[in-house]
Design a protein around this ligand. Structure first.
Ligand code: C2E
Ligand code: CA
Ligand code: CA
Ligand code: CA
Length: 275
């Protein structure tokens, strides 16, 4: 029994070593990727569900590794957060998306707003607000057209970000709670955090037309947002039924494959022209 335990331990240990080796390799690749410009952004249209008008876009980062190919953000963002690399990467994402959005606004689309995902690790960086300010100046992007998306689960647990959020709001920048409805903490933080928008998580939208619970949760979020003066948007809209349910309940903003998947710059420009 003792031997058996020992060899199990050994296997377990090798497995751990293997895991951490893989992590270290990926972390190194990530660091090199940032230096070698292996990242690019895609943009997913945000539309008015009633008028179908294009209202803005969410920037989503992509990593194209020369050997490993495209690696999904679901895989590398958590690693970038744990290693702290999200700070330089996130700064690049903000600068690049503001620069891009400024060129679109100065063409024929002055009303477009830009949403950018921000990790709490970035908010914890004491230089975040200074960096944000200089990016806005440098790219000449209208701060009131910028919205930062912050995930509910992390935000709800970190009170220390409240002063930073107030600083951000002072610049005129908007704040949206991403994946709303998936966090487990109390709702009281909505009152304490200076937020503008609730983004209903796609897990409630997916079966909103067939599942009573999802439908009621989405309705409750829409109602809550309206009653306290926040905007509300739905993500993961894939079907006409989703649009129908949401607009019946009074949600008029959304995004999802039904309208468009995230698009690279060229494809987004085609979308703007033909949509
Ligand atoms: P998220 O912010 O909740 O982004 C929405 C995700 O749903 C995106 O996946 C998007 O491509 C996908 N999606 C959009 N419409 C639909 C739809 O109709 N159906 C389905 N099934 N999926 C849809 P993506 O691009 O793989 O990003 C995954 C997550 O990675 C994001 O979730 C976000 O948490 C993180 N992420 C992506 N880009 C960035 C970034 O630039 N910075 C940070 N900090 N995180 C990012
Ligand atoms: Ca998001
Ligand atoms: Ca989301
Ligand atoms: Ca998410």
């Amino acid at each position: 029994v003792k031997d058996r335990g020992k060899s199990d331990y050994k296997i377990f240990n090798q497995d751990l070593e293997h895991q951490s080796l893989e992590r270290r390799l990926l972390e190194n690749a990530l660091r090199q990727g940032i230096n070698n410009e292996q990242f690019y952004l895609e943009y997913q249209p945000k539309v008015n569900l009633i008028t179908n008008k294009l209202m803005g876009m969410e920037a989503l980062v992509r990593w194209k590794h020369p050997e490993l190919g495209i690696i999904s953000p679901g895989k590398f963002i958590p690693l970038a957060e744990e290693s702290g690399l999200i700070v330089p990467l996130g700064e690049w994402i903000l600068r690049e998306s503001c620069r891009q959005a400024t060129t679109w606004q100065s063409k024929d689309y002055p009303h477009l707003s830009l949403s950018v995902n921000i990790s709490v690790r970035q908010l914890e960086d004491i230089h975040f607000v200074t960096k944000l300010k200089s990016i806005l100046q440098e790219t000449e992007f209208d701060p009131t057209r910028l919205e930062l998306e912050i995930t509910e689960s992390v935000l709800a647990n970190i009170k220390s970000t409240i002063p930073v959020l107030h600083e951000i709001k002072k610049l005129g920048v908007q704040i949206s709670i991403d994946d709303f409805g998936t966090g487990y903490s109390s709702l009281s933080y909505i009152k304490e955090f200076p937020i503008d928008t609730l983004k209903i998580d796609q897990s409630f939208i997916r079966d909103i037309h067939t599942n009573k619970e999802s439908k009621e949760i989405a309705r409750a979020i829409i109602k809550l947002a309206k009653s306290i003066g926040l905007r509300v948007i739905a993500e993961g809209i894939e079907l006409e039924e989703h649009v129908d349910e949401l607009s019946k309940d009074g949600c008029i903003l959304g995004q999802g494959y039904y309208y468009s998947k995230p698009l690279n710059v060229d494809a987004f420009e085609d979308f703007m022209v033909t949509y």
